[in-house]
Ligand binder design. Structure first.
Ligand code: PLP
Length: 440
């Protein structure tokens, strides 16, 4: 019996079959469906610390951490306590609370923004921040990078038509050409292409939005040239042309350092977006910036933005408690665990003769199964040269050994302060077989 036939007999497979009757593709976010690695997605029954438990009772070391939020691991007792206490006081008021102010203040304390507006998802944050930037500047065009994901905002679901500055074509059916007509897409880390975009459209560009360090094409950090980091370069170029520089820290914020990528390169954007860790596993996100810019938002200014559940008391309790518990020790632990896994993955793949590149932004890292000729991945064009069949073989071998990796070669690996020696040892001991499978 093949592994796939065996999988068909599992409780996860039965749940997946039922799910596909009522949910498109059986999932509520496409990558969960295992389409790019094949096989049946595991349905999760519960999670604790560094482990997920699927419907069939398998214990899996979780290296996704809900795609970032679970910095403290799953079901942290203090987070659960805060959430339970908040829920007992009612779950939504549609009126202000002091806890929302505390969460906003906690974000302001850790980052360069002076004010934030709370929303429910990273997508909402980037959608709203674009409207704000356009409202402030009175300009229409926006610049984004190929391979940077900012949620499923129509104007940001666009891909480049060629290697240099181009007007974007829609990246998915349902997004109209008119919606992306004002989106300019360039390759990440390509300074000449960004300069060209601004030289051509400079006085029409409202803003440039970039992941603070890319985590959605695999991890591609901002590159350095002549001692100037890419984010510094972007901020300066935006300001020369009267445009706003927006740093999307939804993935990196409060994860790669106590503030995010800002804690690594210190570049102050005009506007920022946050999500994931700041919601502690609940739907909460934010966008923020200098007070003078944020005052353009309703009810102070004219740019409208709102939300029935924004600043939800249960989500706020989870986020605030997570940020309070995210001590320097937490980051030191996650940094050490990430460094250890990068070393061990590199050693296992090298021993099996599998060409690869491992890249990190702080403690967020990913493994690219690129050809031998590639020694660094600076952009999406290079990331796309990955031999994804190698990753699929690697992924399934790890899963068989009880390690849950992202089911896509284009995602970062996430760790938490709950990943202790036992969990890390399980990952490390699974690596030689997975590397051999990738070599396959
Ligand atoms: N921005 C970045 C950098 C992200 O990684 C994501 C999600 O992965 C988003 C925005 C969208 O966030 P959400 O999925 O909460 O809408």
């Amino acid at each position: 019996m093949t592994a796939l036939q065996q999988a068909a007999d599992t409780a996860s497979a039965a749940a997946f079959a039922r799910a596909q009757q009522v949910i498109p593709g059986g999932v509520n976010s496409p990558v969960r469906a295992f389409r790019s690695v094949g096989g049946t997605p595991r349905f999760i029954a519960r999670a604790q610390g560094p482990y997920l438990y699927d419907l069939d009772g398998h214990e899996l070391v979780d290296l996704i951490c809900s795609w970032g939020p679970m910095l403290l691991g799953h079901a942290h007792p203090e987070v659960i306590g805060a959430v339970t206490a908040a829920a007992q006081h009612g779950t939504s008021y549609g009126a202000p609370t002091t806890a929302e102010v505390d969460l906003a203040a906690a974000i302001v304390e850790r980052t360069p923004v002076e004010m934030v507006r709370l929303v429910n998802s990273g997508t909402e944050a980037t959608m709203s921040v674009l409207r704000l930037a356009r409202g402030i500047t009175g300009r229409d065009k926006i610049v984004k990078f190929a391979g940077c994901y900012h949620g499923h905002v129509d104007a940001l679901l666009a891909s480049a038509g060629s290697g240099v500055a181009t007007l974007a074509i829609p990246g998915t059916p349902g997004v109209t050409e008119a919606t992306t007509a004002d989106t300019i897409v360039v390759e990440y880390n390509d300074r000449a292409a960004v300069r060209e975009a601004f030289a051509t459209y400079g006085d029409q560009i409202a803003c440039l939005i970039s992941e603070a360090a890319c985590g959605n094409m695999g991890v591609v950090p901002p590159g350095e040239e002549d001692g100037v980091g890419f984010n510094r370069f972007l901020a300066d170029l935006c300001h020369e042309h009267g445009a706003l520089f927006i740093s999307d820290e939804v993935m990196t914020g409060f994860r790669v350092t106590a503030s995010g990528q800002f804690g690594i390169d210190g570049v102050e954007p005009d506007l920022m977006t946050f999500g994931k860790v700041m919601g502690g596993g609940f739907p909460a996100a934010a966008f923020g910036g200098r007070a003078e810019l944020m005052h353009s938002l309703a009810p102070v200014g004219g740019v409208y933005q709102a939300g029935t559940l924004s600043g939800n008391p249960v989500a706020t309790a989870a986020g605030l408690t997570t940020l309070r518990l995210a001590t320097p020790e937490v980051y030191a632990h996650v940094d050490r665990a990430a460094a250890l896994l990068q070393r061990e993955v590199a050693a296992a793949l090298s021993a099996a003769g599998v060409p690869h590149v491992i890249q990190a932004a702080g403690n967020l890292f990913s493994v690219f199964f690129v050809g031998e000729d590639v020694d660094a991945v600076a952009d999406y064009a290079t990331a796309s040269t990955q031999v994804t069949t190698r990753y699929a073989a690697f992924f399934h071998s790890m899963l068989d050994s009880g390690v849950y990796l992202p089911p896509s070669a284009y995602e970062g690996w996430f760790l938490s302060s709950a990943h202790d020696d036992a969990a890390l040892d399980r990952v490390v001991s699974a690596l030689p077989a997975a590397a051999a499978a990738a070599a396959g």
